[in-house]
Design a protein around this ligand. Sequence first.
Ligand code: 8YV
Length: 327
Amino acid sequence: MAAKPLVIITRKLPEAVETRMRELFDARLNDDDTPMTRARLMEAVATADVLVPTITDRIDAALIGSAGPRLKLIANFGAGVDNIDVKAATDKGIAVTNTPGVLTEDTADMTMALILAVPRRLVEGVAAMEDGEFKGWAPSWMLGHRLQGKRLGIVGMGRIGQAVAKRAQAFGLQIHYHNRKRAAPQIEQELEATWWESLDQMLARMDIVSVNCPHTPATFHLLSARRLKLMKPSAYIVNTARGEVIDENCLAQMLEQGQLSGAGLDVFENEPAVNPKLLKARNVVLLPHMGSATVEGRIDMGEKVIVNIRSFVDGHKPPDRVIPAML
Ligand code: 8YV
């Protein structure tokens, strides 16, 4: 690899990160932040040593197939790598890295915000104020549901799931979780968390379900129509992971028909498109994929990308290598 690798960054990153990248690499930045077209991406993979994509770039097998001989690393700016065909990259000898850990707390905060906002009707309350509907306090107006003592079912007990559990514990929620692999006894003890081997059985008993697992072929529509229908009509669902984990169309229909009580969604199946039924529903809080959107988080993510590129270029194992077996 050349002394200064050619690093193509697909989107605008924080100033401090871009400055450092310019110092260290032959960095090609995207100053106006227009998402790259397929043609520009093809050009990028054909020429670069390192590509730094984000969730808005589809790095599929065909694109990887068109990569030039210089491309040796795809250093994703993001924790989730479902935008990248990791197997196709690995097969072609291209390493893939991500940015785990640095967005855990921010995403867990946003998850907790939704867990609070939906049952307590926060956004409906704001709308009532804005619409001039507040005519004075009334004992039976704007009643939501108490969090204390309710059962929270976390789907995916990785870093973010655990950080959500820690927060939820402080709000008096009972922590339940489903994960392919059971958490270590010490973690279960600390979080007072109950493991459910059967997702079906857990879903049927939860008051609030929070999706915190990555999107992989195994988790696509994990919350399928059949599984959503196992949930109690009084239950709420929160998703700050990936829209594809839930059958969004079925969820929207169930919310419309009152078969679920509400939802807090930061991610959608076909972003930036949002199911029109969800946009119309009163019992949902929708956010534009901003779970990890903090100034601090974005800088930390950029620094992680830089560390991954530097260690790779220096011939070391990058700290955040993703391999197909991990997915
Ligand atoms: C990022 C995310 O902003 O990191 C992730 O997996 O979902 C987001 O918080 C986005 O992916 C950047 O690529």
